[in-house]
Design a binder for this molecule. Sequence first.
Ligand SMILES: Cc1ncc(COP(=O)(O)O)c(C=O)c1O
Length: 385
Amino acid sequence: MHLSSRLPQGFEPNALTAALTHLRAQGREVLDLTVSNPTRCGFDHPEAEIRQALSQPAVLAYDPDPQGARAAREAIAFHHGHGLRAEDLLLTASTSEGYGLLFKLLGDPGDEVLVPSPSYPLFEWLARLEGLKARPVPSYFHDRWHLDLGALEAAMSTRTRAVVVVNPNNPTGHFLTKTEWTALTAFCARHQLSLLVDEVFADYVLEPGENRLATALLDPEPPCPVFLLSGLSKVAALPQLKLGWIATRGPGAATGLEALAFLADQYLSVSAPVQAAAPRLLQLAHAIRPQVQERLRANLATLDAALAGQPHLSRLPVEGGWSVLLRRPAVDADEACALRVLEEASVLVHPGSFFDLPGDGHLILSLLTGESGFREGLHRIFPWL
Ligand SMILES: Cc1ncc(COP(=O)(O)O)c(C=O)c1O
């Protein structure tokens, strides 16, 4: 069979995943410090209310609107605030699908998008599957993570169509500053680029950050087209319900939204049940998010207490999000370290290289892990770092 060149050459798992599968096949219990699935973390989701929201009479009606059901968009606009209106929104089945639609909207095959590095590793494939090339723009760490405007200029070419930022970023947890936002939007305006802002983690704020841009929606009139992405998978910790959205602002927003609706109309991929349930689910999210927030804070405190006895280890600040970066002496490759930890301590952690952290010396831990598992996992991995 001929396969598109947009696909990878092979589908073999990486060494860490292969080792994990092997150990589990042997019956080994592995403690997972990388869990990102909030339905598997022991949160007390209001089950009866979620079921009820998904079983109203409206879930049986098919009345497709390519932009998404008006009532759902109104509830999402209310969730965000900052003057966002239902007409500024388009619903998707996930944030990942939102990226796919935006890349189709903004680029021709061979065009480029600038993506943050380190960051969420899916960008390369989400871009490539739409025929685009993702060019990394390295951020640098100096007391905090910084957007490197020089690196942004250097990564820019005549084929660049858009810039992606993640606010707060995954896995570094840093927010953009307001100053960086002004510079970034001016850069995009100057080069006629669209700006995609992924704010899936924006509700999860942990440690203070100076001059923080809490959300791109603080800017009522950005000088470039801005597309904000988010979804229920983090906002309500309900990834299984498959609802994301794109909000637009800035010059050309109405045209962009009209074209996005045309694209969405080809698929109509958002289910009627989740659209009907969205207003109630967003209310229920007020009971879910604090549990997640509490877990993140508790695990961070556990980590700090454990690190106090480990002078060769430290962690980076966590302004927001669900992850923390653990620093260790870079005596070997992070991937080799993660393999050692898996084999010797039966604990799964991610090496920094999975998220394009430069050099070695970083492991990534999920703060979503159950509290006793997190404590036990730290205890088990420290001797191997
Ligand atoms: C930064 C970022 N954006 C998007 C997503 C995907 O969200 P969704 O489940 O809505 O596709 C993730 C998932 O972890 C993420 O980390």
